[in-house]
Design a protein around this ligand. Sequence first.
Ligand code: MF3
Ligand code: CO
Length: 248
Amino acid sequence: MIYKKSADEIAIMREGGKILAGTMVRLEDAIGAGVTTGELDALAEEIITKAGATPSAKGYRGFTGAICTSPNNVIVHGIPDETVLKDGDIVTLDVALNYKGFHVDNAKTYPVGDIDPAAAKLLEVTEASLEAAIEQCAPGRRLGDVGHAVETLVEKAGFSVVREYVGHGVGRAFHEDPQIPNYGPPGRREVLAPGMTLAIEPMVNMGAAQTKLLDDGWTVITADGSLSAHFEHTVAITPDGHEVLTRS
Ligand code: MF3
Ligand code: CO
C-alpha cells in the first residue's frame, strides 16, 4: 500500500532533502581525476553523519557503502572501492539518507573532467527525462504518465530505458510502494494524490537496455558495455502539483 505523508512528515522530509541536496553539492566539488569512489563514499558518510542523519544504503541488505558509486558502464548499485576516476569518465552518485525517521533519495551522473559530446548528451537527456517525469506529478495524474514521459523523451534521443530497475515510494522505509517504472503506457496505474512521496529515477543506456548483474550481487552493468546515466529526485505530491524535496 502507498503511505501518504502528513504535512508534518513532509516537513521532516523537506529538511532531510535539504541536507541531501547540500551533500550532493559537496560531493560534486570533490569529484575529479585521481579521486577514488571509496574516497567519495567516506566523504558522503562524514557529511551525512555530521548533519545528524544516517546513510540509508549502509547495511541495507548487507550493502557495504554509505552511497552507491557507479562509473561509466555501471548502471546502478556500484560498490565504492579503490577505483580511481579518470578524466573523461562519468560517475553516478546515488545518495540516500534517513533524517528523523524518514528517508530521502537523490542521484546524479557527473562528468569527470572533459567528457565526449555523446556522453554529455546522455547526461543531458537522462536529466531532462527526470524533469519530464516530475512535470507529470500532480493530483489526478497517473503513475503511467510518469514512466511514459521518461520513455518518450529517451527513445526520441536514440537511447534506451533500463527496465529491470525502477523508482519507488520513499518515506519511513527506504523502498515503499508504488514501484515506478520508467516506461509504459500513459493513463494507467495508480492515481497520484497529495501526500505521496516518490523517488523517481530514470536509468538510461547509450546502447541497448539489457543489464547484467555482477558476481558481487550488487553491481549492475550494461550488457553491451555502453555508458549508462541515472538521475533521481524525491518528489512530494502536493494539493496543487508537486514539490521536489531534493532540489539544490
Ligand atoms: N538509492 C538506491 C535506490 O533506491 C538504493 C540502492 S540500495 C543500496 O535506487 F543499498 F545499494 F544502496
Ligand atoms: Co531510489
